[in-house]
Design a protein around this ligand. Structure first.
Ligand code: ADP
Ligand code: MG
Length: 611
């Protein structure tokens, strides 16, 4: 038989290799900026169009390339950064594989202009899909400018795979943050579709963090510093009270290279233990300086994972250094014997009107009459509400029309579960361990998770508000000012319309601040920051593709934050209302997060257990 194995032509091999290096425009941004940093630049400009799909351009003032180097740089495995395998253990540069430019040139239209300091003129090279289509002399300042146009022009499948501009832009901003944080001694500029997103002057690390994440960040930062034989550690952590719902601002750099490492992340979280609320995450910007021979950065193609020789020591040092900083700067809570916390005004109550206590008398009450239990109807609790978030159970019930429709639906929908003759089944509810509501049904009993049930009720309510109705808003006397990072503010602007449908009113978008003039009826002022935080976090992690999923994420974020939690005591009326509202929803069996909301147990099953 004839031989069938052949070597792939270079351009095909390059295209395949490109798949590893270039997944999306953000990968191009990362590679080009890293090259600019490696070239010793002091000023780097990033220009993108349409989230990098049309153009990614990086202009630097680094050392530039000779004509030969410029040509060679596009060859696969062409690098000036390592010469032998041993060099891998003494890396001081970002790049070392010599693959980036070759990969990018295989799948885009690339133009490079570059000039070294001692040359009069520079060289211009144009490459399309690995083929050089032009070379010329050019007059440019010292440094290199590389523009990458029409990414994936020759791989339509990959191009179609790209996400919306919003999503791709977010990835680019992430990459930009990572390099910009590691190099405060470089001036960075970033333009998207002609408008300036970032302009970061040369500064120290603290100022760089503040420039990126907004003016209010400064007061949140606590320095961390520790010098040991294994590692020199420096950087900042955020005070525990600013722990966020988002995981966004967590940065480890090893020898100035951004890395992800869940083990070290755990070390930092361990130091924060007991100081921050559950489901919130500490922010940190930590730089580890280690001997390059003690790490292996080669284990992952995109190079964000690093293996340490002595991980356990690293863990212990990190944890104790962070703990030490938290203690030293007095951010760990201390017992204060002077202050009586009973005298503090809860923030959310400051601008509220005083409710005078009243005595309610039910004139129709007849102690000898049997209570009417058979009919399922929504009732308002007579007792004082037990806690603030509880008021959200009655969302929408304030409106007459909703009230009657819910009452009607609940009779119909609950029919199967609660369709009982008066004397057979009592609708009394019982709260078990502040977590579950137990009640009887015809066939036996039902145990409802209060948290999940309430999530379901609120979720449907919010979804309706967002997609159908205009949510009713309560105007705030004094607008609330909330601080966010630049990126978060951009995201909020995008979500503004949907959020306003739920009752929020925003105004005065600044770089790192937004004013809230109105909030949905059912949330209290003190909960606003928490809800918006959750929302941004969900949007950043889930990245919606359509406006429906946007509404969905919004509704989920709000119900996640505002639903009654396990551990909250519910009075009888609240329990009953929750049960009724749950079974009036479209899908009472599962929470919005697809977890069961209740379980049933039939009398037969119970009987069996007694055999
Ligand atoms: P690597 O960075 O892994 O060496 P690249 O494909 O990214 O591989 O780049 C190949 C080579 O091109 C680099 O080693 C460097 O010598 C040169 N180079 C790339 N970008 C620049 C730049 N902006 N300025 C100067 N030289 C550059
Ligand atoms: Mg490189």
């Amino acid at each position: 038989m004839a031989d069938i194995i052949q070597l792939l032509p270079d351009h095909v091999a390059n295209q395949i290799a490109a798949g590893e290096v270039v997944q999306r425009p953000a990968s191009v941004v990362k590679e080009l900026i890293e090259n600019a940093v490696d070239a010793g630049s002091t000023s780097i400009k990033l220009i993108i169009k349409d989230a990098g799909k049309t153009l990614v351009q990086v202009v630097d003032n680094g050392k530039g390339m000779s004509e030969t180097d410029a040509r060679l740089s596009f060859e696969r495995h062409a690098t000036s950064k390592i010469k032998a395998a041993e060099d891998l253990f003494q890396l001081h540069t970002k790049g070392f594989r010599g693959e980036a430019l070759a990969s990018i040139a295989a799948i885009a239209h690339v133009e490079m202009n570059t000039r070294q300091a001692d040359e009069e003129v520079g060289v211009q090279i144009k490459i399309e899909g690995s083929t050089v289509v032009g070379q010329d002399v050019t007059v440019i300042p010292q440094g290199t400018s590389i523009s990458v146009k029409n990414l994936f022009f020759n791989i339509p499948a990959r191009r179609n795979f790209l996400k919306s501009d919003t999503v791709e832009l977010r990835h680019i901003i992430d990459e930009f943050h990572r390099v910009a944080l590691a190099h405060p001694d470089i001036h960075f500029e970033f333009y998207n579709n002609g408008s300036e997103l970032f302009n970061l002057p040369v500064s120290n690390l603290r100022q760089r963090i503040v420039h990126i994440f907004g003016g209010k960040t400064n007061e949140k930062l606590v320095p961390v510093e520790e010098e040991t034989e294994v590692v020199n550690l420096k950087g900042f952590i955020c005070k525990p009270e600013f722990a966020k719902k988002t995981r966004g601002e967590q940065f480890f750099f090893v020898n100035n290279r951004f890395i992800k490492n869940s083990y070290l992340h755990h070390a930092v979280c361990a130091a924060f233990e007991g100081l921050i609320k559950e489901q919130t995450h500490p922010s940190y910007f930590l730089f580890l300086e280690v001997d390059p021979s003690g790490i292996d950065i080669n284990i992952h193609p995109t190079k964000t994972e690093v293996k340490f020789d002595d991980e356990h020591a690293m863990y212990a040092i990190l944890r104790s250094a962070v703990k030490h900083s938290l203690g030293q700067f007095n951010v760990a809570p201390v017992l204060d014997f002077e202050r009586d916390s009973n005298l503090d005004t809860p923030y959310g109550y400051k601008s509220k009107n005083v409710n005078f206590p009243t005595v309610e008398v039910d004139a129709d009450f007849n102690p000898f009459e049997k209570e009417n239990k058979g009919k399922v109807s929504v009732s308002y609790p007579k007792q004082e509400r037990l806690n603030n978030s509880w008021e959200s159970l009655y969302v929408g019930l304030e409106k007459k029309s909703d009230f009657s429709s819910i009452e009607f639906e609940s009779e119909e929908v609950t029919g199967s579960l609660f369709n009982e003759k008066e004397d057979e089944v009592s609708t009394a509810t019982y709260q078990l361990h502040k977590k579950y509501i137990v009640t009887t049904i015809k066939s036996g009993m039902v145990i409802i998770s209060q948290h999940r049930a309430h999530q379901r009720v609120l979720y449907e309510q919010y979804l309706k508000n967002i997609t159908v109705d205009k949510g009713v808003s309560q105007q705030l006397l004094f607008p609330l000012k909330l601080n966010f990072s630049h990126t978060e503010i951009e995201l909020l602007k995008e979500l503004k319309d949907s959020l306003e449908n739920t009752g929020f009113i925003f105004s005065n978008f600044k770089d790192d601040e937004v004013a809230v003039n109105g909030i949905p009826l059912n949330i209290s002022e003190s909960e606003v920051a928490m809800v918006v935080d959750q929302l941004l976090s969900d949007f950043q992690s889930e990245i919606p593709e359509s406006s429906f999923s946007q509404a969905d994420i919004l509704a989920k974020a709000m119900c996640k934050t505002l639903a009654v939690k396990s551990g909250e005591i519910l009075n009888a009326a609240s329990q009953e209302a929750l049960v009724n509202n749950l079974f009036a929803t479209k899908d009472p069996t599962v929470s919005p997060f697809n977890k069961p909301t209740y379980i049933t147990m039939s009398v037969e099953e119970i009987d069996k257990k007694f055999l």
